[in-house]
Design a protein around this ligand. Structure first.
Ligand SMILES: C[S@@+](CC[C@H](N)C(=O)[O-])C[C@H]1O[C@@H](n2cnc3c(N)ncnc32)[C@H](O)[C@@H]1O
Length: 310
């Protein structure tokens, strides 16, 4: 495994926000451990803190266990989905949390070294962050019905005209199973007539749709958000860094619906939430400054939102 597993995004902002909590022996939940940079910074900068460090991907757990050895029992590792937050907090020996952080999406390691995530190289089209799960992108592409495939590309890739593309998937798989990223790329090329940046964007959206579906990303996020309200101490903070509009929309709506913000609909001028349980700490999402984007281009689509349990 290479030395640089992942360059952390908006790390200083995450720590600055968490430092504003004033708990004794605070317990944090890092639901997307990755290369361990957030967890390391929390443990280093927040005295007497403990971190429950979770990742679906066993490679992230192995890498970070080694990196964070010096913190001993201040960090509790779990190879699991963050959607299991309630039972993980219990297993770690706690009842509630001072802070939760999610840094969604993929690590650089996953993009570069694990199968199927990147369309920049030809690998088996797997896309599982958790290799214990059965469902792979290969299985979905070769076995799902045309209707299910269309729904997936529409819902998770926002591809509004997937019919011909899906027909081409069905006819390709009749000849030979779709088993590599290049197999999928060829079908994309034959289905859409676009070039340049628009082509790259479209391919990225198709890969994104498959990845979200295979890894249950939106449901996991929604589960964690719902449970966070029960499990955060009053004054506890939740921070989510997201990388595409579906994730960001879920977070934004959840924070809004549970805060004092006016709930507006198309038909009304809005009404105050009668029982707010969150206070927004970021009215607008925080995004990386130019210098960070220059240093780490993968940070360019990041949006950080934070809220406090009241
Ligand atoms: C962008 S990386 C996190 C990087 C990390 N903040 C760091 O500084 O190194 C995202 C990580 O979250 C993990 N992940 C994504 N969804 C998850 C979920 N539902 N449960 C647990 N881990 C998840 C991925 O496997 C990946 O390792």
């Amino acid at each position: 495994m290479e030395a640089e597993y992942h360059i952390p995004v908006l790390l200083n902002k995450v720590i600055e926000i968490f430092k504003s909590t004033e708990f004794r022996n605070p317990v944090f939940f890092d639901g997307t451990l990755g290369g361990g940079s957030y967890t390391e910074a929390i443990l280093s900068e927040i005295p007497d803190s403990t971190v429950i460090a979770v990742d679906k991907d066993i490679n992230a757990i192995s890498f970070s266990k080694n990196r964070l050895k010096k913190f001993g029992s201040r960090v509790k590792f779990f190879n699991s989905s963050f959607a299991e937050i309630r039972s993980l907090v219990k297993q770690a020996g706690f009842d509630s949390l001072s802070g939760i952080v999610l840094d969604l999406g993929l690590s650089s390691y996953q993009l570069e070294a694990e199968d199927g995530f990147s369309f920049m190289k030809d690998t088996p089209i797997d896309m599982r962050a958790d290799k214990r799960k059965e469902l792979t992108a290969e299985k979905v592409l070769n076995e799902n019905s045309p209707e299910d495939l269309e729904e997936m590309f529409l819902k998770y890739g926002e591809i509004y005209n997937p019919a011909e593309f899906v027909r081409n998937i069905i006819s390709a798989r009749r000849n030979k199973p779709i088993s590599t990223t290049n197999d999928l790329l060829k079908i994309i090329e034959s289905s859409f007539n676009i070039k340049g940046r628009a082509r790259i964007k479209l391919i990225a959206k198709i890969f994104q749709a498959l990845r979200i579906f295979i890894n249950n990303e939106i449901e996991d996020l929604q589960n964690l958000l719902n449970t966070s309200l029960d499990i955060l101490n009053h004054g506890g903070i939740i921070i989510v860094v997201s990388y595409h509009s579906l994730e960001d929309r879920s977070v934004k709506n959840f924070f809004k619906d549970n805060s004092r913000e006016q709930k507006k609909s198309k038909y009304s001028r809005g009404e105050a939430n009668p029982k707010p349980v969150l206070q927004l700490l970021t009215k607008k999402p925080v995004i990386p400054v130019e210098q960070e984007i220059r240093h780490n281009p993968r940070s360019r689509s990041a949006k950080l939102r934070a809220a406090m349990r009241i």
